[in-house]
Ligand binder design. Structure first.
Ligand SMILES: [Zn+2]
Length: 112
């Protein structure tokens, strides 16, 4: 992935929720300023009041989440990551494990 392919292929991919999850958040007073135009809300027929930017936009958003979470590692990763039903919690667990295993052999980059 290059900076350009990230900008074009991954960065535009929005987060998404199921309608029942959105309804539950609203009942708890969360996301009251968010509309189905801001993020993808899915019902049985697909996105509500919205259109996908890519056929696999949700999978691309998961890649976006993973790339962002791996960036918190502060290290170059030479390898391949395969994620299945991933989320921030799982990604963070991977980052913690990588730090625990490799912090001594691959010190974090100095922050800018
Ligand atoms: Zn996300």
């Amino acid at each position: 992935m290059t900076a350009e392919s990230f900008r074009r292929e991954i960065a535009p991919c929005r987060t998404f929720v199921l309608k029942q999850e959105a309804d539950q958040m609203l009942r708890h007073g969360l996301g009251t300023r968010v509309t189905p135009k801001n993020l993808l809300v899915f019902d049985q027929q697909g996105p509500i009041e919205n259109e996908l930017r890519f056929d696999n936009e949700c999978a691309r958003h998961k890649a976006l989440d993973l790339i962002g979470d791996m960036a918190l590692l502060g290290r170059e990763i030479a390898g391949r990551i395969v994620a299945y039903r991933s989320g921030h919690r799982l990604n963070a667990a991977l980052v913690r494990e990588l730090v625990a295993r490799f912090a001594e052999v691959a010190p974090a980059r100095a922050s800018a």
